[in-house]
Design a protein around this ligand. Structure first.
Ligand SMILES: [Zn+2]
Ligand SMILES: [Zn+2]
Length: 215
């Protein structure tokens, strides 16, 4: 599996393009917010000859969904997310205007809901959906048990705003819950193999082993 990272929009969201050797790809939070970012994303996908099969949102805070309308228009694929976050889509246009960020109003509809334990799969890429509420009610992480072969076969976790290098998502936003966030991280994320590379929604990568010391 190849992973291409972009850092998009004024909030510095990590957007990821996962692809396999045959060109099937999964986008995670493709949150391009202006022409330059949208062109960079589209050019990468075109130059690599990728087909966008699935679009996943780790959660529906506005910084993570900024590219959904563009991606749907360009690649014909709707984003999927956890149902418990859908109320946030209704707040998008109003919140976006406070930051000078234009949103389609109403927001584009989701293509489907993802729940804890679901498997998102294209040939060569298999992600398990992990639901941890607390940063937002519908926060998701995507766990890839096998990313390659031989020495390169380390597990990976796309952790959204649940877990960052040296910190976790804030829980004081609408629908946040600190106890749920901490207990979810402990039971569902820190129990993954210690060598799992954590690719968060903002900031640098880390590992499960390195984050254990904070909990
Ligand atoms: Zn967030
Ligand atoms: Zn965020």
């Amino acid at each position: 599996m190849q992973v291409k990272q972009f850092v998009f929009n004024p909030f510095g969201v990590n957007a990821y393009v996962l692809s396999n050797d045959t060109g099937d790809s999964i986008l995670i939070d493709p949150s391009a917010s202006n022409e330059r970012e949208r062109s960079a994303l589209a050019a990468y996908i075109k130059d690599a000859g990728l087909k966008v099969c699935r679009v996943l949102n780790t959660h529906l805070h506005l910084d993570h969904v900024l590219g959904n309308a563009f991606v749907e228009r360009t690649f014909g694929v709707k984003a999927e997310a956890h149902e418990a976050d859908t109320f946030l889509l209704d707040l998008q246009a109003e919140q976006g205007s406070m930051f000078g960020l234009p949103f389609d109003d109403p927001a584009p509809k989701l293509g489907g809901y993802l729940s804890d334990g679901d498997i998102v799969e294209v040939p060569g890429i298999r992600l398990r959906v992990i639901h941890v509420a607390g940063h937002s009610p519908g926060g998701l992480a995507f766990y890839c048990e096998s990313t390659g072969s031989g020495d390169e076969d380390v597990p990976a976790l796309f952790s959204g705003d649940i877990l960052f290098a040296g910190s976790r998502g804030r829980s004081d936003l609408f629908g946040g819950d600190e106890d749920a966030l901490v207990s979810g991280i402990k039971s569902k994320i820190l129990t993954l193999p210690g060598n799992t590379v954590v690719l968060p929604g903002h900031g640098p990568f880390t590992t499960v082993a390195d984050e254990k010391m904070w909990f």
